[in-house]
Design a protein around this ligand. Sequence first.
Ligand SMILES: Cc1ncc(COP(=O)(O)OP(=O)(O)O)c(N)n1
Ligand code: TZP
Ligand code: MG
Length: 357
Amino acid sequence: MPILAGQATYRILDASINRATEGLRTLEEYARFALDDAALSGNFKSLRHDLTTAIGQSVDRQRLIEARDTPGDVGTEIREAAEYERSSPQKVIAAAAARIAQSLRVIEEYGKTIDANFAAKVEQIRYRAYQASASLELAAFTNQHTAQLAAAKLYLLIDGGESESQFVASIQRLAAAGVDIFQLRDHSLDDRTLYRRACVGAAVARKQGRLFIVNDRADIAVASGADGVHVGQEELPAAAARAIIGNRRLLGISTHSIEQAKEAVDDGADYIGCGPIFAGRTKQFDAYVGPEFLKQVTQSITVPAFAIGGIDQSNVSEVMATGCDRIAVTGAIRDAEDPVHAAKTLKRTLLSGTQTE
Ligand SMILES: Cc1ncc(COP(=O)(O)OP(=O)(O)O)c(N)n1
Ligand SMILES: Cc1ncsc1CCOP(=O)(O)O
Ligand SMILES: [Mg+2]
């Protein structure tokens, strides 16, 4: 039986009102329970309240309910595989934000057939919802960074490789082998090539659910979409690097003493590198701080601390004996006969807390 025009409008509004309020609640719950962000969750609550109030003032609820026919809704049979693909809370948030924007637009457009003032109110709610959703997505990205960093154990300093394709393939293989963070560190590359490697590296690392950091260059870290920058004691001071990368990206700082480690944390480092612990093949130093420095760090530093310098399967147990279970390496994986196996073994050791071959 053909549906009466008025009934169709109310059926569309009913479905869209449900979608919009459900989407707002989905984002409100993340702000409240994942971010503990009272302001942001309150923002979504007031959006829900204002939408419900505007609807109550202008749309006849009985007509909405009378128009509802879920068993007869042909849309319930239409299934897209992507609807069930939510590999992270961030994907849930992005999907809910899109659903809110679309539904509010539908309510606004069909609401015009009932009451122009009602539609104008919904338009303002839509604009507010855009901004609140963007704030939540950005906060969720930062929250994801923090969570990924806290869980990270194996950090690989990687060069630009023989070619872009070989560089990308290395990241894919070694991410699958357990590397948690990649840092592009290649002083031989010109800026253009370094930028291009950082762009593709950040993209492929993110696709593998891994963090991607650029060594030394805060400008290239931002321009390439990397997750952050790592600076040493001779590069940009923390405040200058942070001014470039902002608060949504990670700042790593090299430290060679407990004083520098404490200073780095005070200066806002999201993580620190601690070394050089042992002599290694990648970078030579006049002096090595040894595992004792790591003991001091584990006793007094609150941000993730990655031991670095000559660390490989033969001495990682000395690092772990200090209580430090995070390492940053180059040669141990780069120079291994089987880099994937070397990465897997190191990661297994770090996770299990014991030496395994
Ligand atoms: C994780 C991590 N720790 C330390 C370093 C060393 O950085 P830096 O002292 O700036 O030396 P270069 O890497 O720039 O030669 C690092 N890169 N990563
Ligand atoms: C860049 C850097 N800074 C301190 S040690 C080091 C090199 C780490 O490489 P490897 O793990 O091969 O010693
Ligand atoms: Mg440096």
